[in-house]
Ligand binder design. Structure first.
Ligand code: 2P0
Length: 329
């Protein structure tokens, strides 16, 4: 029985496409930053007469329950029936990387509950099989996920590049739409791989963005990091938009937010935008500029948050009182 907290991560250089769909092995390496404040807390207990899961206070949908218990089977083959209670404090499935914190927290809680001792890299490989981006949430600060070469995926896991106190950046999040995304990432990736004429160009050109971003992080060079991030973002979205039929996550307000960031840049503020599988825009900037950027975006977007860089996952004691509300007899 164990409880773990993990934070979502935002890709600076993107993962979009798989060289192995079943094992979630990516076609490209990627780099992320872990977020502070947003988190998923998950408890796994072997004290239920049947498998039950609650997500954000409600019974899990059959599709979510299937994914959760398949993941427990992977971590602990032959396990007892389980009770899983998970809660995120931010909009899920809106391109805010909720599956990254969800599967990182579930992996750690399940391994701890089973008394299994895995290295962080082994946990990262397990989390990856739940959701690719989750393998980067095993660390705080800056993380690289190497594509890897092996067919079994054992070399495709997160690598810690730098802790959060390496660089005092902020991520300004403009929540343009907190609702469910219109196409889940896995489905969107497979559709892109199968139909976009841009897909091969994307996979062939991504390594340059990864090495530039890695170098920029080590040197604390925001301009180079921002350029690599925007380039990676645009190339990824170009593959989605040229899929057939196209997938377009952008909304008009997303483009307005990007324009606003570029206007600020012309005024001398080093700020850089990115978008994932949803319309929300995230802006990477120095701590001293974050509030000014947030104010500018609040003119058109109701919900704008300023987040710090987060730490890695934490093991926490079970909250017995809270858990008592989620018992099955
Ligand atoms: C990323 N995204 O690198 C990219 C950028 C969205 C856009 O990883 O199929 O939920 O479970 O491995 O990790 C979202 O995809 O997909 C994602 P699966 P995941 O963060």
């Amino acid at each position: 029985m164990a409880t773990a907290i993990a934070h979502p991560n935002i890709a600076l250089v993107k993962y979009w496409g798989k060289r192995d769909v079943d094992l979630n092995l990516p076609s490209t390496s990627s780099i992320s930053v872990t977020l502070d404040s947003f988190q998923t807390q998950t408890t796994v207990r072997w004290d239920s007469p049947r498998d039950v899961a609650w997500v954000d206070g409600k019974p899990a949908t059959p599709a979510d329950a299937k994914k959760i218990f398949k993941h427990l089977d992977l971590i602990t083959p032959g396990r007892p029936t389980a009770r899983v209670i998970t809660k995120s404090n931010f909009p899920v499935a809106a391109g805010l990387a909720s599956s990254s914190s969800a599967f990182a927290a579930l992996t750690i809680a399940a391994a701890d509950a089973a008394g299994e001792r895995f290295s962080p890299e082994e946990l990262s490989c397990l989390a990856r099989q739940g959701s690719g981006s989750a393998c980067r949430s095993l660390w705080g600060g800056f993380v690289e996920w190497r594509r890897g070469l092996l067919n079994d995926g054992s070399d495709s896991h997160g690598l810690h590049l730098a802790p959060r106190d390496h660089w005092d950046l902020r991520i300004v999040v403009a929540i343009i739409d907190g609702g469910q995304k219109k196409m889940p990432s896995t489905k969107g990736m497979i559709h892109t791989m199968e139909t976009s004429p841009m897909y091969q160009a994307w996979t062939l050109s991504s390594d340059r963005d990864v090495s530039e971003a890695r170098h920029a992080i080590m040197e604390r060079d925001l301009e180079s990091l921002g350029q690599a991030m925007e380039r990676s973002t645009l190339k990824m979205h170009a593959t989605m938009m040229t899929a057939d039929p196209p997938i377009r996550y952008w909304k008009s307000t997303s483009v307005w937010a990007m324009d606003a960031v570029e206007d600020l840049r012309r005024q001398g503020i080093s700020a850089w935008w990115t978008m994932d599988a949803g319309p929300n825009v995230k802006i990477l900037c120095e701590a001293e500029h974050a509030e000014h950027i947030a104010q500018r975006l609040r003119v058109l977007v109701d919900e704008v948050l300023v987040l710090k860089i987060g730490e890695g996952p934490q093991r926490v004691p079970d909250d017995e009182e809270a858990l008592a509300r989620f018992v099955v007899r």
